[in-house]
Design a binder for this molecule. Sequence first.
Ligand code: ZN
Ligand code: ZN
Length: 677
Amino acid sequence: MKILTTQPNISIDFHHKNLYTNDKNKNTLLLQLQQKPALLPAGYYFPINFKGDTDNIEKQLKQLENIHCPVCGVKMLSQNEMKRLLKQGQKITDVTMFCDWLEKNKDNINPKYRKFVESAKRNSQEFNTNSIDDLLKNMQESAFIASQNTIDEMKKIIEEAQNTKKFSDSDNVLLEECYIRLDNFDVKSTQGILKPIKNILIETIGNLENESEKPLYNSLIKKIFPVAEYQSFFNDFLYKKSNIPYKDIVLQKLFTPSSSNIQKIINYKNSTENIDVNYVLTCNECKIPKDGVFFSYHKDKPDIEKNFITYLEDISKNILNHQLTGHSEYPFGLINLVSKTSGNKYKVDIYKNPVLKELKIQNFEDYKNTIDFEPVNHEGIPCASCGNMTITHEQKLQLYKQVENTKDLKELYELLSNNKQYIGKKYYDTLREIGLILVKNPKISEIELISELRKYEALNIKNKLNKAIKLAEYLVPEASSNDQQLLTQFIQEAKTSFCENYDNKLFPYNKYNNLIKRTIYCVESEKIKTIHGYQFKEPIRKAFTRQGLLYPNKETIEKVGSISKVIAQDMFKGSIATIDHLVAKNRQGWENIANYVVMCKNCNNEKTNYSIMHWLDIHPPVAKNMQKYMDVIVDKLHKGEFKEEYMKKYPFVFAKCLKILTQGKAVIRFDSSKFEN
Ligand SMILES: [Zn+2]
Ligand SMILES: [Zn+2]
């Protein structure tokens, strides 16, 4: 898996530009999400359930445990966790245990209410009681005092406002009324204090003529809100009506705000958007009202960026522990959706986060299981490298049989011509030459034909060798003195060591290759090495493989009974479909559909362990042929020709892999109409 750590970030592109939204352009956003783009770029994550029947994401998310709220950061409680926790709480009868237990579960309490734990500890020490009910009674008293103090502060604010003397007489009357009503207010109201105090404020300050006094109202509400919320934990109301112990009601109130809920990121009414990544788990307190975009709504919450990352890590840990099956891409999809809908505010660098990185790697590893790669056994798959039609093993056997059944050279030639699409392009010259020889001399014997062909190929090699020599001679004058020496050495050896007659024997390619390694590949000039190095080597290597076709194995000739038939079979043999590893196996290429592609045997052999990047550099049409290959795969997928479930995922993971490995030089595009449903 070396390759992953050295790759740039794999970004999952949603293809929707300007997805950033606020309420003003929500309709545009909806429209963009509902219309599927005509062409999906490589790397587009299409939500396909890869592992077949898995529970929908909503159901599974709800059951996850140890997840922190992405907004406020509280450790949320699933339904099961909540039940467990409250049951534990019920069993506690001792004050010390109660305080320890609260401290232990503090993370599950919303930060706003964590002062409850501090208050419990303080009161247990101050009053030295062993009854939890007594402790709670004392805590309630403390809460009353806190509320009363707050109300006193509010009165002070009103007094100060009156002292500014900028109010009309009638407004002064309202301020006075507010002051008196607050002064008479009994904080021990059994039904909570928020509502009655709010009413007082609305009826008095809310009716001021002076419109600019709105901040006064807001500052008063802001003051009373937290203490009123806190005090509500101790409201006796429910307690008096039920048999449930007071303590358990208080605990329920304390932990319920942390229960986890499914929310939608894009939450507009009538939104039909049900893609996996549109779901997020939040605590009760961080739910959003209908109609909104989740992270835009919460954008001003403190620490939200940090809390979002913690949430992603929690989810990823769960996935790594085999939870949320079938949705292992969810954290990455979510990152993109949130980033796009928030104008890139929540950008997460996956590879800088150890947990997310581990999941990313694991997701690739998941496809690693050795699988029977279906496309290699399907008819009609073009080679992803040369674009020629490949043949399956069965097709090969059939063609071999047809070759053996031919009665003479003419029939054999016709069979080859009729099945030209299954012959590697590099043999087209040989095929044409056979045709020409047969036209000139229809009654030629097999031995004579082979001899003619061998002379033709030997001449071809000689021409290519002369071209290489000429190229070296051309490069000498401009080269540095060191390079001149090497080029001259090449010229001399090429002229002397390869001047034999190769009409009846194979060209010593290995010896030639060695010469290049010793001379051309040792020059200082990068230009000669990279651009011309290829010109010295490739044409001769190609000519040599064609010559090799004419010297088949003796045993095979004996078995088939005719050298020309073996040659014909070998011409087909190169088109057999094989699995090529984009990243070669001996370069730590992984066994994984993302790394698999069908290539003809010829290309696979030629590619050896070149990197796909280099292969693309020396064979530019590969980029086009990759698209051609994938178009056929997608078409077959569309027609339901593949049995294996993994094939639905294949186009996307392969396209992503190819795009990364070629740094965007080879990009596969998909016709989205083939991916409905
Ligand atoms: Zn929250
Ligand atoms: Zn090929």
